[in-house]
Design a protein around this ligand. Structure first.
Ligand code: FMN
Length: 430
């Protein structure tokens, strides 16, 4: 019986264990998690979602405070159009984040960065260009373009000295999106080096409408493989979304995929950025707790635990400090929903906003508990302490389980040594 470790991903002349840990913003896929995947021979993603905020947490920089100071006069205004990111600060934050990770890298694997194109930051092309260029300046091994698929993204960086040697990949959820992207790539004479096919059972934002349940990863992957074969394009295909066991992965690898991308199994790992109590909430989740809704201001459906503290929260938009989802005109759907609620409940101190969540503030504070469809199976992958709480596995234990397990078995980590101690947030952030 085959196991994931019987296969290898070949990218730019190098070989990897065909297991990719997906990007999980905001700092859920920490550099510690990505570095473990790389040390073990796979590919680990960090994420550049809200990178100035993340840099402040780790490097004692003041990017967020400085931006707030600059625009403080505007906090009570509904018009956020003048709130912009300082592009030098953004570049510095990205370089710090990437360089510190790459410098710590060990082993034969690689560290890639997930760039969410939908973080429009009131200057979509300008901020994306800086994020991509600075990630390459910082030495990143690869960039995965996600959520947004701006057809012109490659053109933004085609003059960067690393444009032709860094690994570049895209996430698509249909063969149609892939075809469109490849057509536009011709202009830069540069194709993606890999394609992640993300199905409807993934965590985070979905590349589908609310009819997501009508699609399945297996069919989309087959269509993508057939299309690439027809076109004689040898681009590794990496399916993602609901691949829960090593045997799930093997089925895709036997079909001709280059690797698999996974995330949910790693959300409970010690190295993952979620606070421990959130990891316990994931472990306690039942199937009925996992919902797909339209609360994200990005316009994409998002999967999350229905117990997420962000749901219904009516906090004031914090765009002067954060503002990652402001579109090119300074709009965000949460601001609109918030102002509607203010109007509907004049004089009420603590309002609730039902239609949207303030993703910036709540993702930063780990209050949106996004997860993959199979999060309710996490409890089958961990052991419990005598007090009933779950023992959190190491990333290595999860990685090795994917790598070596067969027959749809999940190897639970062995020894339960002692009761858990409370752990603070990574980098002492709040
Ligand atoms: C907590 C969480 C956060 C995520 N955040 C992002 C993100 O910021 N950008 C992105 O492209 N994908 C994101 N994803 C999707 C993963 O990178 C991955 O492709 C997908 O979840 C794989 O499916 P699985 O979770 O069933 O293994 C996220 C997934 C999870 C579970």
């Amino acid at each position: 019986m085959k196991k994931l470790d019987d296969f290898r991903l070949r990218l730019a002349g190098r070989e990897y264990v065909p297991l990719v840990t997906g990007g999980m913003g905001v700092d859920i896929s920490t550099n510690a998690l990505a570095l473990e995947a790389a040390r073990l021979g796979g590919i680990g993603h960090i994420s550049d979602a809200m990178v100035p905020t993340v840099a402040d947490r780790y490097f004692s920089t003041s990017f967020v405070r400085n931006k707030l100071r600059r625009y403080k006069f505007n906090v009570a205004s509904a018009d956020k159009s003048m709130v912009h990111f300082d592009l030098d600060d953004l570049a510095e934050a990205q370089r710090l984040h990437v360089r510190s990770t790459i410098e710590a890298k060990q082993g034969d694997g690689a560290v890639f960065i997930n760039c969410m194109e939908k973080l429009t930051m009131n200057n979509p092309a300008g901020t994306l260009k800086v994020r991509l260029a600075s990630a390459m300046d910082g030495g990143i091994d690869g960039i995965t373009l996600s959520a947004g698929l701006h057809l012109g993204t490659f053109s933004l960086i085609e003059h960067h000295p690393r444009f032709r040697d860094v690994n570049l990949g895209i996430i698509v959820s249909s063969v149609r999106a892939l075809k469109l992207f490849l057509k536009r790539c011709n202009r830069t004479r540069r194709r993606p080096d890999y394609v992640v096919v993300e199905g409807p059972l993934a965590g985070g934002h979905l590349g589908f409408g609310m009819d997501w349940a009508e699609y399945d990863l297996q069919s989309i992957t087959t269509q993508v493989l057939e299309f690439l074969k027809q076109e004689d394009l040898a681009i590794p295909v990496i399916p993602a979304g609901g691949i829960f066991t090593g045997s799930d992965a093997v089925a895709y690898l036997e079909q001709g995929c280059g690797a698999v991308q996974v995330a949910t199994r790693f959300t409970i790992a010690k190295e993952c950025g979620l606070p421990d109590e959130v990891k316990q909430a994931y472990l306690n989740a039942g199937v009925e707790d996992i919902v797909v809704n339209t609360l994200s201001p990005t316009g994409y459906p998002m999967r999350m635990l229905k117990q997420s503290p962000a749901i219904g929260s009516g906090i004031r938009p914090n765009c002067e400090a954060l503002g990652y989802l402001l579109d090119k005109d300074g709009h965000c759907a949460y601001i609109d929903a918030y102002n509607e609620a203010l109007k509907a409940y004049p004089g009420v101190k603590k309002i609730s906003v039902a239609e949207k969540v303030c993703l910036c503030t709540h993702m930063r504070n780990f209050k949106v508990w996004t997860c993959g469809h199979y999060a309710y199976r996490l409890k089958d992958t961990a052991r419990r302490y005598p007090n009933g709480s779950y023992v959190l596995p190491n990333a290595e234990e999860v990685f090795r389980d994917y790598q070596f397990s067969t027959d749809h078995q999940v190897q639970r980590p062995s020894a339960v040594v002692s009761e858990p101690r409370r752990q603070s947030l990574p980098g002492g952030g709040s």
